[in-house]
Design a protein around this ligand. Structure first.
Ligand code: ZN
Length: 130
């Protein structure tokens, strides 16, 4: 599977469109499903997170540093936030969350590192997510 990342640049931020990027990945994961009504995606810096899924404002936010410094975790971060988007606010990080996140990331070609304990340790070990 090839993943085409849209390169249209947002005139406000000079960054590729966050909305197009996340929606393109959404469409790879769920090709038969429409994008959530009212949801938007934005490049937003957070002190303690690479990404954020805001259910009140129907927003997925990604740190712009992902494009400049951490391309290695861009796709895993989108997979993480789309897991939140998919499962909704009632499902916290945990076993079922991790199961879906791993499945989505795998389908996007993300390779998770295997720790010594045998527990799957995604590249988010040293990264920040909300
Ligand atoms: Zn999270």
């Amino acid at each position: 599977m090839s993943l085409r990342i849209p390169l249209e640049v947002c005139t406000d931020t000079g960054l590729p469109s966050c909305q197009l990027l996340v929606r393109a990945i959404h469409n790879v994961l769920w090709p038969l499903e429409a994008w959530g009504r009212g949801w938007t995606c934005h490049w937003v810096e957070h002190d303690d997170a690479w990404g954020y899924c805001d259910f009140d404002r129907l927003r997925i936010e990604l740190a712009p540093d992902l494009l400049t410094d951490r391309m290695d975790i861009l796709i895993p971060t989108v997979a993480h936030e789309l897991t939140h988007y998919r499962l909704g606010p009632e499902v916290p990080h945990g076993k079922s969350f991790n199961a879906l996140e791993s499945k989505l990331a795998f389908r996007l070609g993300v390779v998770y590192k295997q720790s010594a304990t045998g527990k799957t340790a995604p590249t988010k070990g040293g990264s920040k997510h909300e």
